[in-house]
Design a protein around this ligand. Structure first.
Ligand SMILES: Cc1cc2nc3c(=O)[nH]c(=O)nc-3n(C[C@H](O)[C@H](O)[C@H](O)COP(=O)(O)OP(=O)(O)OC[C@H]3O[C@@H](n4cnc5c(N)ncnc54)[C@H](O)[C@@H]3O)c2cc1C
Length: 276
């Protein structure tokens, strides 16, 4: 099995922290062996920040299967969103167009985070999930009813419950999908920092009925920086790494944001970003 020492920029989109060892299992047997050691699983690292820990990570990059069956598609956890969008355009079907423009995200990460945008969520397209159950050590299936019960706004039982191996989605023939994808990319660009900046997407989850970005803006954090890291000038909930920021700079920024929002609104912001 391949193991590499990778830079934070190679592991995550925001590039905070220090280099880390990453394992690339190719089979279930190799994955099972690594999971026994309790190592965390990372996808594209687009909602992730590396801490100062030295615990190696498991990458799902080599779990790349893709099988069509009528109006469904089964995708391996390591398949990239960009690859799915290419397939959608080639074969003219609807699936993840509302997420178009998110860099590096994988199917495993999109499912584990129940990613969503513009009023749509991954959960709505999901039919079933095949996962490696942490407790029993067996490969199990999660069906639609359980997904309905367990998935909410950026909330799922994963990765705590286990490691997603692949997921099956309902697809729909959509002749105008190319235009729809382009439309979502433009919409995203109008609201978020430009694609070339180093960010991990939303830093905090939106509190119920509120927008974390709006609250951060109200407490003066839009464009605010600590050291080499700060909140975007365009969207206050997007943390941007303006150089080679350290994990302690990231932590300081998060604590400052929480302190200001708590003082002003008596509300504790919950991190959407996962720390590894
Ligand atoms: C510019 C930008 C814009 C973004 N916009 C959005 C947006 O509009 N909406 C949105 O929801 N998100 C958005 N994000 C955040 C991010 O893309 C999503 O959360 C995405 O789902 C993360 O996928 P990933 O593969 O990168 O996961 P990672 O960041 O690698 O991991 C995220 C979580 O998923 C878990 N995970 C990954 N793979 C597996 C697996 N196989 N089994 C179990 N658990 C797993 C990890 O352990 C971790 O807890 C954005 C990010 C960026 C950089």
């Amino acid at each position: 099995m391949e193991v590499k020492l990778l830079s934070p920029e190679e592991i995550t989109t925001i590039g905070v922290g220090a280099p880390r060892k990453v394992y690339f299992p190719e089979s279930l047997r190799e994955l099972r062996f690594l999971l026994k050691e309790n190592l965390p699983v990372i996808g594209g690292g687009s909602n992730a920040v590396l801490s100062d820990s030295t615990t190696p990570l498991i990458s799902t990059a080599l779990f790349r299967n893709c099988t069509f069956n009528g109006d469904t598609v089964t995708l391996g956890a390591g398949v990239r969103l960009s690859q799915v969008l290419k397939l959608q355009q080639k074969m003219k079907f609807s699936l993840f167009e509302f997420l178009a423009g998110i860099p590096r995200a994988t199917v495993g990460g999109l499912v584990a985070q129940n990613a969503g945008a513009f009023g749509e969520e991954v959960k709505e397209r999901l039919l079933s999930i095949t996962y490696f159950d942490r407790e029993s050590g067996e490969v199990l299936e999660m069906e639609k009813e359980e997904i309905e019960r367990g998935f909410g706004y950026r909330k799922t039982p994963f990765p705590e419950k286990g490691t997603i191996l692949n997921a099956t989605f309902k697809i729909r023939y959509e002749p105008g999908i190319r235009k729809k994808i382009a439309g979502f990319v433009s919409l995203r660009l109008s609201k978020q920092p430009p694609f070339y900046l180093k960010t991990a997407g939303s830093t905090f989850k939106n509190p119920e009925g509120e927008s974390a970005g709006r609250l951060l803006d109200l407490v003066g954090l839009k464009g605010f920086s600590i050291g080499r890291i700060g909140f975007s000038n365009k969207h206050a909930n997007f943390t941007v790494n303006r150089g080679k920021a350290s994990f302690s700079e990231f932590k300081e920024l998060v604590e400052e944001a929480r302190k200001r929002v708590e003082t002003a609104f008596n509300l504790r912001l919950e991190l959407e970003i996962k720390i590894f």
